[in-house]
Design a protein around this ligand. Structure first.
Ligand code: GLC
Length: 749
């Protein structure tokens, strides 16, 4: 067989002498040579086609609807809106592009693989609570394998936005409120998705989104305007993107927001000065969904021609879904309102990524591969580990871990046995059939016990279906079947149980995009359910399923233990049962502050000190400004003590502290390093900034000294010119279990 292959290859080469193959089709040429050759052969319509992205809607995968635009080269990319992961439809369209169009330029297919495709992991906000970027890299590698096998060449992630306000539903997709930690996760995501060679059959192109400042939406209202000044932009909202670019991300997505009145999609400061001139980003920029067109309703562009011209020249290379590029750019060039160079520069960047992805050599997905790539045992094991390590224990009055000898448990609440809700927001191609529910996980853990499951009440009390103008159904809040969901029924089950586990939270449809909330309490009658069950006097564990920090004061009053499980993915039930019964110990630490009350918002640890930091001035008359649970907080099944920070000067100055396990169980602690730059000539620095952490595992009574080098990387900041620098002066250094505790040591550099 091998001899035959060699003979065929030799014969083919002989027949097709190298110079018969157009340069752009010759893989032995450089990407630059191939790009220039192809560009020289393209018509204007074909060039603008490469800057236009359509969407392959579910159920409308009839190739006939797409043949003409693809055959004529008017479209260069599609969002794979299909719900199925069968790549057949994608390959059909690719066949048309590569064999029926004039130049045979392959399409690039994108999709929102945000936390796994079929093997659905916990949401990114949950994953960030593991403080383990290396774990996330593994998850993203599984996500890449499944995505490429399903015909997705390019995923719209990682989301690098900084979470500032839990009213904003998209905090679920972020890595929390700290730029240093978010940077580590962003870089890990790019490594996991793209690997060493994004052309490999199990890798995809990454897309850093949403560039930039989108998460600072005023009032936490999605799509709203932002007012992030440059110094804060550079030190808070840009670092995670910068880390992703340095890691080699092949694309960036421009955001919906307008910052200081300028839509990000048409921001020369962001897309040219920062991204290209300062960061030397060489990939391409895709707009967010119709964001080019939306520069008109923003009141920035007067019409589609101006929207297209100002977005393209600012640095947005590809237009997602809206068609202003295709409809207006050729004419603007011929009328002299736009240079040909602007179009050619964007086409080069898009073609460059297609070459890097190997799409010219391997345009098709191996349909046999995708079934074997989905939901594999390695991915399931990672999903269970990630879900367990994402959970954060907020309260435990000696109730957890539960005894396995328990014989009667009531698992109550609308999320006790729900499958879809565990998939969370942006569920990829996740299937409810693959989900292990909380009740199932508990039953599997204690098979001899009587586990009674009663919903008690629905997540929501009303039926509402909201449809956006573009036909995208974003929320379908179904009314619940009143017969099964009664609080009285739940109280009866509780009174007969030894322990009650309440699975409460918020609907996944109230998280993610276009899902802002003005109130952060439990939805529907869940609080009444909790209070009624608590009134039975039985021990109560609340397992909280949410996509954001919620307002928990009334939950804490009625529960002896509270475990935040976020939106845990398909292995959530087993993972949470591992924690509840002690097969694993909670190790998650919050990456986003939990407020006491919505009235405090925004609440985050890396705030400014103000000029009057005395408490009665910075607190409200009727409430403290402090978080209920701060950044970095999380309990486990043991306890730890921290000795004062010691500073040692030398070749490299060091900060150290002795950590001891003062409890009765072995446990894992995430020791955190915070700094404060007491005086910065370019602008005040936050009163605390995370700049390092170390995971230590200690047996009862065991101690370990943890050291952190006080390097420029730890102490510095981004200047207004974009350069990282350290100024000599005074610093405060904490080594602590979370942001709201510990006494800092003084240090001078
Ligand atoms: C959406 C989101 C973006 C997503 C894109 C494609 O509107 O803002 O995160 O990647 O459209 O689905």
């Amino acid at each position: 067989m091998q001899r035959r292959c060699i003979l065929i290859a030799a014969l083919t080469a002989a027949l097709l002498k190298a110079d018969d193959i157009p340069v752009y089709r010759n893989p032995s040429k450089t990407i630059e040579e191939r790009t220039e050759d192809l560009l020289s052969r393209m018509t204007q319509a074909e060039k603008v086609g490469q800057l236009s992205q359509g969407v392959l809607r579910p159920g409308v995968a009839d190739p006939n609807a797409y043949i003409q635009p693809i055959r004529s080269g008017a479209i260069g990319s599609y969002i794979l809106g299909l719900n199925s992961d069968d790549p057949a439809a994608r390959n059909t369209l690719q066949e048309i592009a590569t064999k029926q169009s004039r130049l045979g330029i392959p399409l690039i297919f994108g999709f929102d693989t945000i936390h796994g495709l079929r093997t659905v992991f916990p949401i990114p906000l949950a994953i960030s609570c593991t403080w383990d970027p290396a774990l996330f890299e593994k998850l993203e590698a599984v996500a890449a394998r499944e995505s490429r096998a399903a015909g997705i060449d390019w995923v719209f992630g990682p989301m690098c936005d900084l979470a500032r306000d839990p009213r904003w539903g998209r905090v679920a997709e972020t890595f929390g409120e700290d730029p240093y930690l978010a940077s580590l996760f962003a870089a890990a995501a790019v490594r996991g998705l793209q690997g060493q060679d994004p052309a490999a059959p199990d890798r995809v192109a990454a897309c850093l989104k949403h560039f930039a400042g989108y998460s600072a939406a005023e009032g936490g209202r999605d799509y709203n305007h932002t007012n992030v000044p440059e110094f804060a932009m550079r030190n808070l909202f840009l670092p995670a993107f910068h880390a992703g670019v340095r890691q080699g991300a092949l694309s960036v997505m421009s955001a919906f927001n307008a910052n200081d009145g300028i839509p990000s999609t048409a921001s020369r400061f962001l897309l040219t000065q920062v991204l290209r001139d300062e960061w030397k980003f060489s990939g391409f920029v895709v707009s967010d969904w119709e964001a080019v067109y939306e520069t008109i309703p923003w009141g920035f562009a007067a019409d589609e021609a101006e929207a297209a011209r100002r977005s393209l020249t600012a640095g947005t290379d590809m237009e997602m879904v809206s068609t202003t590029y295709r409809d207006t750019l050729p004419t603007q060039v011929s009328e002299g309102r736009l240079s040909q160079a602007s179009i050619d520069a964007s086409v080069r960047r898009v073609l460059g990524v297609k070459f890097k992805l190997g799409l010219f050599e391997r345009p098709f997905t191996d349909a046999k591969l995708f079934r074997s790539a989905m939901v594999q045992s390695d991915g399931l094991a990672l999903a269970r580990e990630a879900a367990a390590r994402s959970c954060v224990l907020l309260k435990n009055e000696k109730l957890l871990p539960l005894e396995r000898s328990l014989m009667r448990i009531a698992v109550l609440g609308p999320l006790a046995n729900d499958r879809d809700e565990m998939l969370g927001t942006w569920p990829g191609h996740g299937s409810a059939a693959d989900v292990v529910t909380l009740a199932e996980g508990i039953r599997a853990k204690i098979p001899a016990a009587r586990v009674e499951v009663v919903r008690g009440c629905p997540l929501l009390e009303t039926q509402r279906t909201r449809t956006l103008t573009d036909g995208k159904v974003v929320v379908d809040e179904s009314a619940d079947d009143a017969r099964t969901a009664t609080i009285e029924n739940a109280v009866r089950a509780a009174s007969q149980a030894e322990v009650c586990i309440l699975a409460l939270g918020e609907p996944r449809g109230w998280t993610g995009e276009n899902a802002s909330r003005a109130r952060l309490g439990l939805t529907g009658r869940q609080q009444q359910l909790l209070d009624a069950v608590a009134a039975t006097g039985k021990p109560v564990v609340v397992v909280l399923f949410c996509g954001r920090p919620l307002q928990l004061t009334t939950v804490l009053d009625s529960a002896q233990a509270v475990l935040v499980a976020w939106q845990p993915g398909i292995q959530g039930g087993d993972a949470i049962a591992d924690l509840l019964f002690g097969d694993a110990a909670p190790s998650g630490r919050l990456t986003m502050s939990f407020p006491i009350d919505v009235g405090q918002l925004p609440v985050y640890y890396n705030r400014y000190n103000t000029g009057r930091p005395v408490l009665e001035m910075v607190n409200y008359r009727d409430l403290t400004r402090e978080a209920l649970f701060p950044f970095g907080f999380g309990l486990t099944y043991t306890s730890f003590s921290y000795e004062p920070v010691q500073i040692k000067t030398g070749e490299t100055d060091m900060a150290s502290a002795l950590i001891t396990n003062t409890g009765t169980r072995e446990g894992e602690e995430i020791v955190q390093l915070y700094i404060r730059d007491m005086a910065c000539s370019e602008g005040a620095r936050p009163q605390q900034e995370l700049r390092g952490f170390e995971r230590v595992r200690l047996r009862p009574g065991e101690s370990r000294e943890v050291h952190f080098k006080l390097t420029d990387e730890v102490l510095g900041f981004f200047g207004r010119d974009g350069n990282w620098r350290v100024e000599p002066g005074s610093f405060q250094i904490w080594i602590a279990p979370h942001a709201q505790t510990g006494t800092p040591a003084s240090y001078s550099r």
